[in-house]
Design a protein around this ligand. Structure first.
Ligand SMILES: [Zn+2]
Length: 133
C-alpha cells in the first residue's frame, strides 16, 4: 500500500507500522517534501481484509483525505487520528499504546467520530475514567 502526497505529487515514505498483537494495524506515511503525514488504522477484521485483498492504491493520486479513501477500501473504516492526537499517542508507553489506541478507536467508532483529536481524547479519557492514558 502506498500513499501519494497530492500537494507535491510525491510518494509518501512509510514511517511506522505497529501490530500490537490484537491484530490492529497502524501505519503512517510521511511526505518527504512537505512533511505531511497520513495515518492508516484498521481493526483486526479490516487488517485481514486488506491483507487478503492485497490492496494497491499506489501509482495513482490519492485524494486529499487519504484516510477516507482507505476507509472506503476497507469497508467499515475506522476513525482517523489527527497529527496532534498521533503526537500525543506517541508519548504513551509503547507497551500499552496498542491498547490505548484501540480504546480511543472504539470510543470514537461507537460515537460516530471520524477523527480522533486531542479534544476527543480528553473527552474519552474523562468519560471512560482513563486518567493518565
Ligand atoms: Zn507533500
Amino acid at each position: 500500500m502506498k500513499f501519494l502526497c497530492v500537494e507535491c505529487d510525491q510518494q509518501m515514505a512509510f514511517a511506522e507500522r505497529q501490530v500490537p498483537g490484537d491484530g490492529t494495524l497502524a501505519a503512517t506515511f510521511k511526505c518527504p517534501k512537505c512533511g505531511r503525514v497520513v495515518a492508516m488504522l484498521t481493526n483486526p477484521m479490516e487488517t485481514q481484509l486488506v491483507s487478503s485483498l492485497g490492496v494497491e492504491i499506489g501509482g495513482r493520486t490519492v485524494p486529499a483525505d487519504a484516510f477516507e479513501t482507505v476507509g472506503k477500501i476497507v469497508g467499515t473504516g475506522g476513525p482517523a487520528w489527527s497529527s496532534d492526537a498521533q503526537e500525543r499517542l506517541a508519548r504513551v508507553p509503547s507497551f500499552v499504546r496498542g491498547m490505548v489506541k484501540k480504546i480511543y478507536g472504539d470510543y470514537a467508532r461507537e460515537r460516530g467520530i471520524i477523527e480522533i483529536t486531542p479534544a476527543v481524547m480528553d473527552t474519552a479519557r474523562a468519560e471512560l475514567g482513563l486518567e493518565g492514558m
